[in-house]
Design a protein around this ligand. Structure first.
Ligand code: IMP
Length: 430
């Protein structure tokens, strides 16, 4: 029996959705353990594209999907997503989708605060997705949050909203010059959500343990990426949750001994949305080519993603922080046709070479990438299904990554569709 965690190694958007969808075939249940609808997981099945923001990508494989206590969930968005999936013939009843009673609810004031704070910060803004993620996690940490337990308990919900809103409206109006919100409207809307969602809510930790006891296999789906982690990412240009593999335990309510494999998803190059330092960022035609060929626009906000060369300083950081046991390299096809490829192997900072990812953003901002250059390949690799059939230079690129980060490449994605994949070693069957 194996349980597997999928983690983004860079700044999110590595293609986790596709790999989760692929591996979900071998799992019995799929769990998300952090984040909210700031994530956008894209899957292409039989030529049709699905983007999910909250429901784990395993839903397309007909698996039971859990939204763990570590998540922050906008109930209106979740209902829209359930309706959308249902309209496309995918089963999303309370047996297929389970929501942790301890997950926190994103309220309208969280979204208003997210927007208004970004506006007030002006040039210093973080570039959040504007979905209310940060303000919701703030309330969780300061013990003013509303969980699904409270949302679905009409005796406490209305009172809780009224008392919290007093302070939120004060901040919105007086400090942020933004519109205040009306308690009655929020209570009415959210009470209707609660009625629909109540059958989905339960004690996920207990349900997962029951699954484990009966030999079921779990796939944990990370959102965002290692370098957006609130502790270990490029703070303050990060999201508000722990995105690392360790949080699969806290955010789902299971112990670390249940996890056997941690697969890091690595885009064959690097991208980032939002602000913050990015040492291997490209500002030339190659960056534009990668951006266009890779269709690098955010699945959630539609923003153009910044593009750069693969950075193994970042990757080594992800290997260490997550305890990665294997890698899945995605979008390798996008690099085809380039004469040569650079891999960043270290940073130069004030005449010194750094082989680790600095925590001080001022230092990181001054780091210059040190590159080694490899020959590219001109062949279209999207039709290849066996590792040995890949062009020699493609294999050399992959082997060099494995060598630098001392972690094996187990999955290679060469196109958006489920079958455009080379599985070297499946963590569930190997
Ligand atoms: P927030 O999570 O909306 O608070 O945004 C904080 C930072 O994380 C911003 O730079 C966002 O662009 C980034 N971010 C959040 N979610 C994702 C994601 O799923 N992919 C890539 N970047 C993300």
């Amino acid at each position: 029996m194996s349980n597997v965690v999928i983690i983004g190694t860079q700044w999110g958007d590595e293609g986790k959705g596709k790999v989760v969808d692929l591996l979900a075939e071998h799992a019995d249940v799929v769990v998300r353990f952090q984040g909210g609808n700031n994530a956008g997981h894209t899957m292409v099945v039989q030529g049709k594209q699905f983007i999910s923001h909250l429901v784990p990508s395993g839903i397309l494989q007909g698996k039971t999907c859990y939204l763990g206590n570590g998540m922050v969930i906008d109930p209106g968005v979740l209902l829209e997503e359930l309706d959308y999936l249902s309209d496309h013939g995918i089963s999303v009843g309370p047996d297929q989708v389970r929501i942790s009673e301890k997950a926190h609810v994103i309220m309208p004031y969280h979204k208003s605060l997210d927007h208004a704070r970004e506006i007030k910060k002006g040039d210093n803004k973080i570039g959040t997705t504007g979905r209310g993620i940060g303000p919701c996690y703030e309330d969780k940490a300061s013990r003013r949050g509303i969980r699904f337990i409270e949302l679905t308990n009409s005796n406490v919900f209305a009172e809780r909203v009224k008392s919290i809103l007093e302070e939120k409206n004060f901040t919105l109006e007086k400090y942020l010059s933004a519109a205040s919100l009306k308690a009655d409207e929020i209570i009415d809307t959210y009470t209707a959500y609660a009625v629909r969602l109540a059958p989905y809510v339960g004690n996920i930790s207990v349900e997962l343990h029951r699954s484990l006891r009966t030999g079921k296999q779990i796939l944990f789906e990370g959102a965002q990426g290692t370098h957006l982690d609130i502790d270990h990412g490029t703070y303050p240009f990060v999201t508000s949750s722990n995105t690392l593999s360790g949080n699969a335990c806290c955010g789902a309510g299971i112990g670390p001994k249940e996890i056997q494999h941690v697969i890091g998803i690595v885009k064959a190059y690097t991208t980032r949305v939002g602000r913050g330092p990015f040492p291997s960022e490209l500002f030339d035609d190659i960056g534009d080519t990668i951006q266009e060929k890779g269709a690098e626009f955010g699945a959630t906000t539609g923003r153009r993603r910044r593009c750069g060369w693969l950075d193994t300083v970042i990757l080594n950081n992800a290997v260490r922080l997550n305890g990665l046991t294997g890698l899945a390299v995605t979008k390798l096809d996008v690099l085809g046709g380039l004469d040569s490829l650079n891999i960043c192997t270290g940073y130069e900072y004030q005449g010194e070479t750094l082989d680790y990812f600095p925590g001080d953003l001022q230092v990181l901002g001054e780091c210059k990438p040190i590159y080694e250059t490899h020959p590219g390949w001109s062949e279209d690799i999207s039709g290849i299904r066996n590792y040995n059939d890949l062009p020699e230079n493609t294999k050399k690129y992959l082997r060099r990554i494995e060598e630098i980060v001392e972690t094996p490449v187990q999955i290679i994605s060469i196109g958006p569709a489920r079958d455009e994949t080379i599985v070297v070693k499946n963590p569930y069957t190997a």
